[in-house]
Design a protein around this ligand. Structure first.
Ligand code: GDP
Length: 368
């Protein structure tokens, strides 16, 4: 049997296969006398937190633990993939604790979008998803927008208690925590430590607050419905927007189809000529075709004309599944989880959205 090596910093089992998983250390680090995982290494040498992903089981344990503490919970979601990054179970576990909901990556949305409207939309959507946050805020952790506001709101709402920051992987939680550290602690040397969460093998980043309390960074949970699991890193870069999204407007007649690379498909099935506005990464190629030709096109050109996926990742891409929607008269978004959405403003319209099996296609009241 293989002997397992334990991180001297946080006690997790060391592994060298998966960079983004708990306990990762490169092979070279294993030759050192004192072996620590990459996360602890970065933390102690650079005061920089790195997100690691968590098994569902460990996440449940953390959630269960949160309800038993008196703390402020800060839940970070990705505005570009709101439901995809939501963490559905959270409200059942927070106990009597307040939740501050923070929408990150606001820099991706068109500047013309009213933040108030977006915040109201988030409040309403949260309620529908079973959570009643004490406040809802927007920020861009990467661009440094709204960080100070969020920080002072955290300080106000925590009422002298500890703070736990939760979120699924890729919402920008580490970027946020690192910004907080950068902004608010002058000399961070030796300031940050890790602490063990009871009942799990997990360490949490423990950032001391000035009254003896701490802000804890919990590991991120993997969201199994994210498109990210079906394509490679390079392709993920294409579908992940990096700057303000330039909406693309298509005037379509019934019987026309839009392909988003080969990862999403939108069919306008029935209704008067209508304009459809697509919000996705500016680098993602949208291909317009006739609905009657769409199946053949997909069959013959997936991985080349319709890319991403590339020729390799297309082999393991699950088949596209169809989701049918009827739009009566409200302005709605058809959301392709992780990819973006199509805003539909018309009456009595039938549309179909396709995504790889396992990735959600949903309808929501328009965000914009
Ligand atoms: P974590 O897994 O939640 O810790 O997320 P990271 O902090 O590692 O960020 C995930 C990805 O989102 C990275 O590529 C970041 O550069 C990006 N990111 C984080 N914050 C923002 C933001 O405010 N705006 C944009 N556009 N990207 C962001």
């Amino acid at each position: 049997e293989e002997r397992s090596v334990i991180c001297a910093g946080c006690g997790v089992k060391i592994q060298s296969e998966a960079k983004d998983k708990l306990g990762y250390a490169p092979m070279t680090a294993l030759e050192r006398e004192v072996i620590i995982c990459q996360r602890c290494f970065r933390l102690t040498h650079y005061n920089e937190v790195q997100d690691v992903s968590l098994t569902d089981d460990d996440f449940l344990k953390i959630l269960n633990g949160l309800g038993q503490k008196k703390a402020l919970i800060v839940k970070v979601v990705d505005i570009f993939d709101f439901t995809g990054s939501w963490l559905p179970g959270l409200h059942r576990f927070v106990g009597g604790n307040d939740v501050l909901l923070v929408g990150n990556k606001v820099d991706l949305l068109p500047k013309s979008l009213s933040h108030n409207r977006l915040i109201n939309w988030m409040k309403k959507s949260s309620k529908e998803l079973g959570l009643k946050p004490i406040d809802v805020m927007l920020m861009s952790a990467e661009k440094g927008i709204g960080i100070e506001e969020v920080a002072s709101e955290i300080d106000r709402l925590r009422k002298g208690q500890d703070v736990y920051v939760v979120g699924c992987t890729n919402v920008g939680k580490s970027t946020f925590i690192n910004k907080i550290i950068e902004t608010f602690s002058g000399d961070t040397e030796q300031l940050i430590t890790t602490s063990h969460f009871p009942g799990t093998t997990l360490d949490m980043i423990d950032i001391p607050l000035d009254d003896g309390r701490a802000l804890y960074d919990t590991p991120g949970i993997i969201n199994h419905h994210q498109m990210a699991h079906y394509i490679d890193k390079q392709e993920l870069k294409v579908i992940t927007p990096k700057k303000e999204i330039k909406p693309m407007v298509y005037q379509l007649n019934a019987g026309q189809t839009l392909f988003f690379g080969g990862l999403g498909r939108f069919d306008f099935v029935k209704g008067e000529r209508t304009s459809f506005t697509c919000y996705c990464s500016n680098e993602l190629h949208i291909h317009r075709t006739k609905q009657e030709k769409a199946d053949d096109l997909y069959q013959n050109h997936l991985g080349e004309l319709l890319t991403p996926p590339g020729p390799k990742s297309k082999e393991s891409l699950p088949p596209l599944m169809k989701h049918t929607f009827h739009i009566k008269d409200k302005k709605v978004d058809i959301v392709f989880s992780g990819l973006g959405w199509v805003t539909v403003n018309g009456t009595n319209i039938d549309v179909e959205g396709y995504a790889p099996k396992g990735v959600n296609v949903t309808i929501r009241e328009s965000i914009i």
